[in-house]
Ligand binder design. Structure first.
Ligand code: NAD
Ligand code: LMR
Length: 337
């Protein structure tokens, strides 16, 4: 019995993500909340024949929170893709002005209504919205470091796909991107230079110019989509796939009491962790990292071993950028009512 609540369910990410969740047999109830069209999406999905219950919730007025509260009641997992996406020329940080309040408001209600739920943040800028979620939950006394995640899985999808293409270009070898999963991973944050691909043994196959192109594509893959969509939003279908990969794993851990391997942007300093280098832990407490995930959340965080010199350098650059972005999120909550 797993109830998943999607906040922002009628959006570009919310709809395909809800569709994928609708097809997951472990999800017994799906609650779809949005400020527009959530009931339409829920009715549409309700015609797909599965055992699952699916309900749509939308506020009856600007100040109405009863529908949001109803959507969150008894939720085990809350996924938040609510907020505005980028247009060409914008950075993710340009979204902060609008999305910070949206995330804070939604997480506030989640902290009140379902304080034991897992909170999965998709809304950008993730490097700041996750600290917002954490600080808001702390204020309510509902914070559990093992259960709050920024979904950075899209950086891993991109790394798997772009690395397999790069390997093919270099030595003609056709590598299934699925074989790279978990072996080559993106750590750090979710924007530009805060994204650090860790290639393990695959690095040695790549000449430096190919590596540099790969690095740029993984770090700035989001820009490619924003540019191609030309004012009609950012990554939605690949993000729904990424969000589903993460959330379905979490649901699996909950439903079958499994321990699964995952990577997400987490506050690691209050969790059992191994190998976090001083350059990270002395300056920040958030980083996207691999961990073991079980029914009660993150069990154990492990910093990747054997980073190359180049990757270690990239971690240093990421930390510098992340510091300010994390602080912006923390201060936003401390300075608001
Ligand atoms: P979208 O505009 O298509 O959808 C957003 C939805 O949120 C809309 O349906 C809107 O009505 C809803 N919404 C707005 N305020 C709300 C509120 N207070 N409560 C509930 N719903 C609300 O945007 P999208 O393309 O789905 O992107 C959503 C967010 O996800 C953006 O911030 C985007 O930058 C981010 N994103 C993150 C990643 C990642 O890797 N983490 C990847 C892609 C996009
Ligand atoms: C992405 O990486 O595609 C998302 O964060 C959306 C964006 O704004 O680039």
């Amino acid at each position: 019995m797993v109830k998943v609540t999607v906040l922002g369910a009628a959006g570009g990410i919310g709809q395909p993500l809800s569709l994928l969740l609708r097809l997951n047999p472990h999800v017994t109830e799906l609650a779809l909340f949005d400020i527009v069209n959530s009931e339409g999406v829920a009715v549409d999905l309700s015609h797909i024949p599965t055992k699952q219950k699916v309900y749509g919730y939308g506020p009856k007025s600007k100040t109405d929170t009863t529908q949001l509260k109803a959507a969150l009641k008894d939720a085990d997992v809350v996924v938040i893709p609510a907020g505005v996406p980028r247009k060409p020329g914008m950075t993710r940080n340009d979204l902060f002005k609008i999305n910070a309040s949206i995330v804070k408001g939604l997480v506030h209600q989640a902290g009140l209504v379902c304080p034991n739920a897992f909170i999965c943040i998709i809304s950008n800028p993730v490097n700041s919205t996750v600290p917002i979620a954490v600080e808001e939950l702390k204020k309510l006394g509902a914070y559990n470091p093992a259960k709050v995640f920024g979904i950075t899985t899209l950086d891993n999808l991109r790394l798997e796909e772009f690395l397999s293409l790069a390997l093919k270009r270099v030595n003609g070898a056709s590598i299934d991107p699925a074989d790279l999963r978990g072996d080559a991973i993106s750590i750090g944050g979710h924007s530009g230079s805060t994204i650090v691909p860790v290639l393990n043994s695959w690095a040695s196959s790549l000449p430096s110019s190919v590596y540099d192109t790969l690095l740029h594509r993984v770090q700035y893959g989001g820009d490619e989509v924003v540019k191609a969509k030309n004012g009609r939003g950012s990554a939605t279908l690949s993000m729904a796939t990424a969000g589903y990969r993460f959330v379905s794993h979490l649901v699996e851990a909950l439903a079958d009491d499994l321990i699964v391997d995952e990577v997400a942007f987490i506050k690691f300093d209050e969790l059992p962790a191994k190998g976090i280098p001083n350059i990270v832990s002395s300056q920040i407490s958030y980083f996207s990292l691999p961990f073991k995930l079980g029914r009660s959340g993150v069990k154990f965080v492990q910093f990747p071993k054997n980073l190359s010199d180049k990757e270690t350098k990239l971690v240093g650059i990421a930390v510098k950028q992340l510091r300010g972005e994390i602080d912006t999120g923390v201060e936003f909550v401390h300075h608001s009512k």
